[in-house]
Design a protein around this ligand. Structure first.
Ligand SMILES: [Zn+2]
Length: 244
């Protein structure tokens, strides 16, 4: 009798599983039809004034693109101001910033700036009114030194810092996660790690997706108005970012 019951139970289980999958598929289809699942795209205007080499910048770009891609976020990078290779034409990036565009500048860390943590790899500015930002800065010299100390590729670390700072632009002020790419502390010993240490969490990726979608619908339009009035409306946040 016992043996005869078993197939019935597993059969019942299988049925429930199939029903759940069917419901998920239905919800997904409905959401897509209603426009709930939309394709959003973040464009990054990348300025390299630190003299990072073309191959390293390409590696950084590809690393950051891959990290965002793992979170389901599409990113397009424009190399502004100068070419990275003979095959890439220069992009002046002279037109106004679009709603889904942000700027990443690669500079050497300022020698004397009390507002910037001496160990920070990067810095983001977030607009108070919208809790979002459009300008991220990464410090090429500090990143290069840390990469050499830890024995990791400079381009890879540069790309990870870029992705972290892009996270700050989209996740709002002062956010750091308990683990993963958005963790606050990046000691040298953790830099050679691979995998989940360099990825956004599922909830972070979802929030970023939502932020880009809001931007694409112009719901952060006040940000542009604030920026036109001058930089005094900007608040520097996250100075102690990505400390080693
Ligand atoms: Zn940070």
């Amino acid at each position: 009798m016992l043996f005869r019951d078993c197939p019935a139970r597993s059969g019942h289980h299988a049925h429930i599983t199939i029903a759940v999958f069917a419901v998920i598929a239905l919800v997904t289809t409905t959401a897509m039809r209603a426009g709930g699942v939309s394709h959003v795209n973040l464009t990054v205007r990348l300025y390299n004034t630190a003299g990072v080499s073309g191959p390293e910048l390409i590696s950084a770009r590809d690393t950051a693109t891959s990290i965002l891609g793992d979170g389901g976020l599409d990113m397009v990078v424009r190399h502004c101001g100068r070419t990275i290779s003979t095959e890439t034409p220069p992009d002046a990036c002279s037109e106004s910033l679009k709603s889904t565009e942000v700027v990443v500048r690669v500079i050497d860390a300022p020698a004397f700036n009390a507002a910037v943590n001496p160990d920070a790899f990067g810095l983001t500015y977030v607009v108070t009114a919208t809790d979002r930002g459009w300008l991220a800065t990464v410090f090429a010299d500090r990143i290069e030194r840390a990469a050499m100390r830890a024995g990791v590729a400079t381009g890879t670390l540069l790309g990870r810092v870029m992705a972290h700072e892009l996270g700050h632009l989209l996740l709002g002020s002062g956010y750091h996660g308990p683990a993963g790419l958005m963790r606050a502390e990046w000691p040298d010993a953790t830099l050679p790690r691979t995998g989940a240490d360099w990825r956004f969490s599922i909830s972070e990726a979802a929030r970023m997706h939502q932020a880009i979608e809001s931007m694409s619908h112009g719901r952060l339009a006040t940000e542009t108005n604030l920026l036109r009035t001058g930089s005094d409306k900007l608040v520097a946040l996250n100075a102690p970012l990505a400390r080693r």
